[in-house]
Design a protein around this ligand. Structure first.
Ligand code: 1GP
Length: 254
């Protein structure tokens, strides 16, 4: 069949912006993951991401992926390292941390993870991952030098390079639970350079970390994000999920 990446790009072009719900198997067991994924589908989310930075086992990943699949949404692995794999997932964010100082997170995890993705039949979605500001556990574990909140032009240069290096998802990450999301200025500056280089429609500019309000979701949309990722929200304020998805998607597809 058609690859998931192509389906997501097509969906973005035809029906507008996308929302992904993140589930961390270290924090969320399979039963709760099933409930969150079902709620996410109902709220208008377009995919479930499964992964975390610390303490995630093969078995937990497998069980959470299986539970999330019952929602009918595509399930994409969001690995914290090369061992976070599951044959039950549809795809894996094959990510390189552009602002890591450690070669493992730039290229070695990919080399070690590639044969696992092949064996498990996982579609690898080239992903350029850029950590901004707070960074959270992801920034700490990946040994990132987080881009300062007040330097949107630096974030944009990373985003442009990420697209030029072949990233189809260019992901600006403030870190799960970040006190404030990626600044809209950084999203807008990234959008501008990605479009100027001719990647509009081929690259999904993705934003996540610390989005808790419809206002923040709307700001990310207006700044030009194609995809919004929320994680903590579905665990802590599940009743707000639909509202936030709607705020991000309203006014789509442009
Ligand atoms: C983290 O971008 C995601 O990788 C989501 O972050 O948990 O803060 O929504 P939150």
């Amino acid at each position: 069949g058609r690859r998931l990446l192509e389906k997501l790009l097509e969906k973005r072009r035809s029906s507008g912006r996308l929302h992904f719900t993140l589930i961390d198997p270290d924090k969320t067991g399979p039963a709760e993951a099933g409930e969150i994924a079902a709620r996410a589908a109902e709220a208008g989310s377009d995919a479930v991401l499964v992964g975390g930075s610390i303490g995630v086992t093969f078995e937990e990943t497998d069980e959470v992926v299986k539970a999330a699949k019952t929602s009918g949404l595509p399930v994409i692995l969001f690995p914290g390292g090369h061992t976070n794999a599951s044959r039950h997932a549809d795809a894996v964010l094959f990510l390189t941390v552009l602002n890591s100082d450690n070669p493992y997170y730039i290229v070695q995890a990919q080399i070690l993870g590639a044969p696992l993705a092949l064996k498990l039949g996982l579609e690898a979605i080239p992903t350029s991952y850029i950590i901004v500001g707070y960074g959270g556990a992801a920034g700490f574990v990946a040994r990132a030098r987080p881009i300062p909140y007040e330097k949107p032009e630096l974030a944009a240069l990373h985003a442009l390079a990420g697209a030029m290096m072949g990233g189809r998802i260019v992901y600006l990450e403030a870190g799960s639970g970040a006190p404030k999301p990626v600044p809209p200025e950084a999203v807008a500056a990234s959008r501008k350079l990605i479009d100027a280089a001719g990647y509009r429609g081929e690259v999904l500019l993705t934003v996540g970390g610390g989005v808790r309000t419809p206002e923040a979701a709307r700001a990310a949309a207006e700044a030009g994000a194609d995809v919004l990722v929320t994680g903590t929200l579905a665990e802590e304020n599940p009743e707000r999920l639909a509202e936030i998805v709607k705020a991000f998607k309203s006014g789509s597809p442009t």
